[in-house]
Design a protein around this ligand. Structure first.
Ligand SMILES: [Zn+2]
Ligand SMILES: [Zn+2]
Ligand SMILES: [Zn+2]
Ligand SMILES: [Zn+2]
Ligand SMILES: [Zn+2]
Length: 588
């Protein structure tokens, strides 16, 4: 415990309070210099606590061992002899008087923040701290005293200190109140009221986001430098990789060039071979088609440009011979229209010149003009009382056969019923079948005009009949693929669509099975080939139409536009026409 004060004043409890308006208080720095911390006792201390040398309260009391009297330590050094008994004062023989120290520490004093000063005299301030504290606990109390002054946060140098209760009043008038956006950089300073006006109207920093404060700059700089280093390393790695890739790319380009030239050579060879094949085919076709001139129309191909029926262009010299299609791979069939009119399943289709005939479960034969398809059905032929299963056009006559046990013939020019074909004619064929010993349904038949042969598909067999008049059995293709539902013939192949075993290809000469076409799921309802025999079209109950190349033996296109089993297909020039269980006929 240090006794810093050499001047003190005693004010008794009963003395009238000294009124003072002075609010300025001593500063912390002045406390270092002990003389300025005022000590004001609450009661007059006992005379035994006063030094006989300086007549004041003991400051650091020590006993002179020689005579036993007590002095302040400083006073003991000032005197040579004890003022009470005159004995020599030996400063080497001084002992702290602990009893007096304890008594002084128990004295009640005023808090320094409860005092006011007038001409160097300190007296209690009724507006300050009113606590009486024991001298020994003074520092402890004053460190936490709520009356201790606080520096003005706006400008400690210019404004100084204020008691807590006075600070709020000061802040209202403080000239150094900063703008609320000072952290963003605003340097405006004024009274609180002026600052409020400034913030609401003229402050240029109002809308800005809080920016990085100056303190953060070195930290930020360090982080950015680290990031920069990492990025440079990454760029280095990426540069290496790009160089590697560029090397690879050059290699690939060389290989690509090599491949391209090989491909060009192959294409050249392919074209040469194709030319040869077409020459051969044309020779064969011309020989065969002499017997049936005008059986097909020639159409210009407008697949990629035509999207509506009305845009179709037809050139149809009626007397020209059948023309082999000149489709060059790759080509594509696109659905260009849907014919709606049938109220039930479409089972069969036939064409004659520009006319398309369709029929099915509704028993009606509808005739459409290929040149004016957009105008709809041009004629509905009524006559059959039940489902029409099949129809065939020959010359100007359309033959239709149905569940009502009748075969009807229609004149295609006048579109009227021509005759009722006698049922027994059909029975003659049935008769032949019986002779051959067939025990299963015949679901598919196909004519090979070049060889005068009729092929009929049955269960596990395809029978070949002579069509020159006798209908003798001329051959048989035995197989294990189950029931044959559709048949097609080219100069090379007999192609059979089966109940559930895909499409099977047999050699027309050797009658050996050569290949299976996988792709459809379920029964193959219809098979047709292009005139040249290069392409095969198949339709199935799986709602799809598949186009195959018989040269490559590969599927080349899948058409899936119907919403029901596709029952029948027909090819008219460059148009593929399909009839379906969904009552619709689509043209591709
Ligand atoms: Zn003294
Ligand atoms: Zn003495
Ligand atoms: Zn206090
Ligand atoms: Zn201030
Ligand atoms: Zn501002």
């Amino acid at each position: 415990m240090a006794f810093l004060s050499e001047t003190y004043k005693v004010i008794s409890n009963g003395s009238p309070a000294v009124k003072s308006q002075i609010q300025r208080l001593p500063r912390d720095s002045e406390k270092e210099d002990g003389h300025s911390v005022p000590l004001v006792l609450v009661e007059e201390p006992s005379p035994h606590l006063k030094c006989t040398v300086c007549k004041r309260l003991y400051n650091d009391p020590v006993i002179s061992v020689k005579c036993g009297h007590t002095f302040c330590r400083k006073c003991a050094f000032k005197v040579t002899h004890c003022p009470i008994d005159g004995q020599l004062c030996d400063t080497s023989q001084l002992v702290v008087n602990r009893i007096v120290v304890g008594q002084i520490e128990d004295l009640l004093i005023h808090c320094q923040y409860g005092l006011t000063e007038t001409d160097g005299d300190h007296s209690p301030d009724p507006s300050g701290c009113q606590e009486h504290i024991v001298f020994g606990k003074r520092e402890e109390h004053e460190a936490n005293c709520v009356f201790a002054p606080i520096l003005c946060p706006n400008n400690s140098g210019r404004c100084g200190r204020f008691r807590k209760s006075e600070l709020d009043r000061h802040l209202e008038v403080c000239q150094f109140t900063p703008c609320g956006h000072s952290e963003k950089g605003c340097e405006f300073v004024s009274t609180a009221e002026e600052v409020r006006k400034h913030e609401d109207t003229t402050c240029g920093y109002r809308g800005l986001q809080k920016s990085v404060s100056f303190k953060d700059f070195s930290q930020q700089n360090r982080i950015l430098e680290e990031n920069n280093k990492e990025l440079r390393e990454e760029v280095g790695l990426l540069t290496q990789r790009v160089e590697l890739l560029e090397g690879g790319r050059e290699n690939m380009q060389k290989q690509l060039t090599a491949c391209t030239s090989s491909l060009l050579a192959l294409q050249q060879k392919y074209e040469n071979i194709q030319g040869l094949v077409e020459q051969l085919l044309n020779g064969g076709r011309n020989r065969r088609s002499t017997g049936s001139p005008g059986s097909s129309q020639e159409m210009t191909r407008l697949r990629s440009t035509s999207s509506s029926n009305t845009a179709m262009v037809l050139r149809s010299p009626p007397t020209s011979p059948s023309k082999v299609e000149d489709w060059q791979m790759p080509f594509q069939f696109k659905c260009i229209g849907t014919l709606r009119g049938h109220k039930d399943i479409v089972w069969c289709l036939a064409t004659q010149r520009q006319k398309l005939c369709s029929s099915g479960a509704d028993g009606l034969v509808k005739v459409w003009d290929m040149e004016t398809l957009s105008k709809g059905c041009i004629k509905t032929l009524e006559g059959h009382s039940k489902v029409v299963h099949t129809m065939v056009a020959s010359g100007d006559i359309l033959y239709t056969g149905g569940s009502d046990m009748s075969i009807r013939a229609w004149n295609m020019e006048t579109l009227t019923q021509h005759a009722n074909v006698e049922v027994w004619e059909a029975k003659t064929l049935t008769h032949k079948h019986t002779i051959s010993g067939l025990h299963h349904w015949v679901r598919a038949m196909c004519l090979n005009k070049a060889k005068d042969r009729l092929y009929s598909g049955s269960h596990n067999t395809i029978d070949i009949w002579d069509t020159t008049g006798t209908f003798d059995l001329k051959g048989k293709i035995d197989h294990t693929f189950g029931s044959v539902y559709s048949l097609a013939i080219t100069h090379q192949y007999v192609i059979a669509g089966t109940y559930n075993q895909n499409i099977q290809v047999f050699d027309v000469e050797t009658k050996q099975h050569t290949r299976s076409f996988q792709g459809h799921i379920g029964t193959i309802n219809s098979l047709i080939t292009s005139l040249s025999g290069r392409f095969l079209f198949s339709s199935s109950i799986d709602k799809a139409i598949q186009i195959w190349s018989l040269e490559l033996m590969l599927p080349i296109q899948n058409l899936k536009r119907h919403e029901g089993s596709v029952n029948t297909l027909i090819l008219l020039g460059d148009y593929l026409i399909s009839g379906s269980e969904d009552h619709e006929i689509k043209i591709a």
